[in-house]
Design a protein around this ligand. Structure first.
Ligand code: HEC
Ligand code: HEC
Length: 350
């Protein structure tokens, strides 16, 4: 365990080292059937061993920060995009005000939010505003970002329309450069695509063994991750410093897909599907900060959001004799639910 920690680098540097030596693909937007051999090769270097695009899928390789510097965008525009990028990759600068766990946006949206199968963020810029089942109304890009602040960062959204919110959403929109609005094609590698069901139903017990063999060196046996000199080196997978019970990745199928396609760091797609499901079941059987939609009763909250969300999580179910989420612990913050999170109404009847 110590050897890895001794050479441990800040996450941003480590991932640059891992990805930086590979050929980088030039910015492109095409159907899978139109990709050249070079583009396919560059894509597979970005995401080793991931499934290749289908002919009918929309493949977009977003611009990089080097492309930004080389572009002829106005210096003020570059400045704002740099600020968005900085907020995305070093979200810990908002710690204690908007972020109350150990995450950066890029902790889950790997490769600066650019990579297929790693939660690329640009699709949100071209498919929103749209209806979302999770909150049962029409959402725009800012509100989608606010969702990840509320649940994944266990925090509170940047103010709508603020300079930082504008910069962060601009970074998403700039990554989408060249993609048309509301594309009808299926987007290649969007989100953390659902994998086929495993042969054996996911087991936390098998997952514990696979976790210790593949993940604990970095994320630690207690799932708490590693913080060194105030800098998050490996983010937490459960406990107070991790995502809360309302986060998309607390769904077992989402964490299984994240794990299979992105972890262990530097060895994507190396685990079997079964291992990824088992590890996800194990990680998401642990406690974490309360779901901000909590009604005061975890079993009731589970029921309330069962169809749209919690049927995919273990929240409100009994694990080792205890009901998960049966507590008032909101993690590092002092509120349950940010005021920003409210229903919207477009009926015109207000
Ligand atoms: C703990 C992991 C995690 C963190 C941290 C996180 N997100 Fe997410 N994000 C997700 C998951 C999971 C999804 C849903 C993906 C899916 O549906 O497969 C998502 C979806 C999104 C989407 C929508 C993408 C689409 O395809 O429409 C955007 C935009 C987004 N996140 C932005 C952010 C921003 C900005 C931050 C930082 C403030 C952030 N996220 C932090 C896990 C995370
Ligand atoms: C070599 C170190 C290393 C190993 C091994 C590793 N991870 Fe990670 N993991 C990281 C780093 C670093 C990040 C943050 C990514 C970034 O900031 O670029 C991360 C991010 C994550 C995240 C999203 C953020 C969070 O804390 O929830 C999850 C989930 C995760 N890893 C699960 C796993 C699982 C499951 C395994 C084992 C199969 C694993 N990791 C193995 C280094 C590692």
């Amino acid at each position: 365990m110590k050897t890895l920690l001794n050479i441990a680098l800040p996450a941003a540097i480590a991932s640059t080292l891992l990805l930086g030596s590979l050929p980088t693909a030039a910015q492109t937007t095409k159907l899978g059937s139109e990709l050249t051999a070079e583009e396919l090769q560059a894509l597979s270097a970005m995401i080793p061993n991931a499934p290749a695009p289908q002919d009918h899928e929309l493949v977009h390789i977003p611009p990089t920060m080097d492309d930004l510097e080389a572009s002829d965008l106005h210096p003020k525009m570059k400045e704002a995009i740099r600020r968005g990028y900085d907020l995305f990759t070093n979200t810990q600068q908002l710690r204690g005000e908007y972020v109350f766990n150990n995450m950066n946006c890029s902790s889950c949206h790997m490769g600066d939010g650019r990579l297929p199968y790693a939660g690329p963020v640009w699709p949100a810029a071209v498919t929103l505003p749209a209806y979302r089942g999770k909150n049962n109304h029409v959402n725009n890009l800012e509100e989608r970002i606010a969702g990840c602040f509320t649940y994944s960062m266990n925090g509170k959204p940047l103010e709508y329309g603020s300079d930082d919110m504008l910069a962060l959403s601009l970074y998403h929109q700039w990554l989408a450069t060249g993609v048309k609005m509301y594309p009808q094609e299926k987007i290649y590698g969007r989100g953390f695509p659902r994998m086929p069901d495993p042969e054996l139903s996911p087991s936390a017990e098998r997952g514990r063994v696979a976790y210790q063999a593949n993940c604990a060196t970095c994320h630690q046996e207690d799932g708490g991750g590693v913080v060194e000199n105030g800098e998050v080196v490996f983010p937490a997978l459960w406990g107070d410093n991790s995502y809360n019970w309302g986060a998309g990745i607390s769904r077992v199928f989402t964490l299984a897909s994240f794990t299979k396609h992105n972890m262990p760091l530097g060895q994507p797609n190396s685990l079997s599907g079964q291992d990824a499901w088992d590890i996800a079941q194990y990680i998401n059987s642990h406690e974490r900060p309360q779901d901000p939609r909590y009604t005061g009763d975890a079993v009731e909250t589970r029921e309330k959001f069962l169809d749209t969300f919690h049927k995919h999580t273990l929240y409100g179910t009994e694990v080792n004799g205890r009901i998960l989420g049966d507590h008032d612990n909101v993690g590092g913050k002092d509120f349950l639910r940010p005021d920003t999170i409210r229903p919207r109404d477009f009926s015109g009847n207000k």
